[in-house]
Design a protein around this ligand. Structure first.
Ligand code: GTP
Ligand code: IMP
Ligand code: MG
Length: 333
């Protein structure tokens, strides 16, 4: 059996969506299961000339042979989910747990004003208020909605049964380590623990069943919304470096800083990382764009990678060299 958990190492938007879609095709897992907060997440997946913006479905849906599932710890916006199932043509292989919490209109309203919006810079997706209602034991769950009945499965049982049959399972996290409600820059965080342990709890995978934990770092740090960002660059400096990005869900401009070794070291510790993935190497080293083998990388880029491995004492196995799902150097092979 191989279970692989993929989580973000900084503040989300590290490019997990693309790494997960690559692993979903390459490692051919039978199940790709998503943990994390809810539709506050936004992943961008580029496959040939198709660009998918995903908020609710697991990013691994490009593998047509895999079942894609959402664990009971995740809150769901049914409208967003139904639209993505239709738009991305994945009906028949999407399953949600009966205990997934459901976002309703009142949660969207509560998320779009007041402290959450103004102080924390929440995404307005209703995720925080829904998780708050869940803690109060008043949130409705997927099993309470007839419109979701055809999607319901026992997600923890399915993934553990696949592992016991020696099938691969890919577990995807959302957000990033320093947006964790426990370990992040509280109160400027999301409404859940989003480190590897939290993501495993979200889907019902026990600690002894985890084989690999891949922590994804971008080659620089970005943060959307409020909260501390050490050595933050001015917007002009970020633009000069081509590090200026805009959020997938909110369209807000992301703040940027250099790769932060202190944060990265702590992320490796908190997540129990066994491997590191580095994305957007081509943005820092444009000569690496589209490369697919380590030998083809420039010596500056290789030094950057080696330095990360030395400082963090963990192998860098998967490197992103462009937005497309195959713009990858995979050093596991
Ligand atoms: P997560 O929130 O971590 O899942 O990241 P994401 O998938 O949401 O990425 P997001 O859309 O927020 O921003 C990342 C952007 O970078 C997307 O447009 C991706 O297509 C793109 N991207 C991902 N990896 C690479 C890479 O290695 N090189 C380049 N140039 N672009 C990348
Ligand atoms: P909320 O999770 O919508 O309540 O937002 C809380 C904070 O987390 C805000 O600063 C958001 O910008 C940030 N956040 C939540 N989800 C993501 C994500 O997927 N990527 C990046 N930032 C996020
Ligand atoms: Mg994102």
């Amino acid at each position: 059996m191989t279970s692989t958990v993929v989580v973000g190492g900084f503040f989300g938007d590290e490019g997990k969506g693309k790494i997960i879609s690559y692993l979903a095709i390459k490692d051919d897992p039978k199940i790709i299961v998503r943990g994390g907060a809810g539709p506050n997440a936004g992943h961008t997946i580029v496959d040939g000339d198709k660009v998918y913006k995903v908020r609710m479905l697991p990013s691994g849906f490009l593998n047509k042979n895999a079942k894609v599932m959402i664990g009971p710890g995740v809150v769901i916006n049914p409208e967003v989910l139904h639209n993505e199932i239709q738009d991305f043509g994945v009906s028949g292989r999407v399953f949600i747990d009966k205990h997934c919490g459901i976002i309703e209109e009142s949660h969207l309203m509560r998320d779009s004003k007041g402290e959450l919006k103004e102080k924390i810079g929440s995404t307005g997706s209703g995720t925080g208020p829904a998780n708050s209602d869940r803690a109060m034991r008043v949130l409705k769950m997927a099993k309470d909605f007839d419109s979701l009945s055809s999607l319901i499965a026992d997600v923890p049982a399915e993934i553990n049964s696949a592992l016991s049959k020696n099938q691969n399972v890919l577990v995807e996290g959302t957000q990033g380590t320093f947006l964790s409600l426990w370990h992040g820059t509280y109160p400027f965080v999301t409404s859940k623990d989003v480190t590897a342990s939290g993501i495993c709890a979200d889907v019902g995978l026990g600690p002894t069943k985890v084989d690999e934990v891949i922590v994804v770092f971008k080659s620089y740090v970005t943060r959307v919304g409020t909260g501390p960002l050490a050595k933050e660059l001015s917007l002009e400096d970020a633009e000069k470096k081509n590090w200026s990005e805009f959020g997938t869900v909110t369209g807000r401009q992301r703040r940027a800083a250099d790769f932060d070794f202190d944060l990265a070291r702590r992320a490796i510790m908190l997540n129990g990382a066994t491997q590191i993935s580095i994305t957007k190497l081509d943005v820092v080293f444009p000569e690496c764009a589209g490369k697919t083998s380590y030998d083809e990388l420039s010596s500056n880029a290789k030094s950057f990678i080696k330095n990360i491995e030395n400082e963090l004492n963990t192998p860098v196995t998967i490197i992103g060299t462009g937005p497309s799902v195959n713009d990858i150097v995979d050093r596991r092979i």
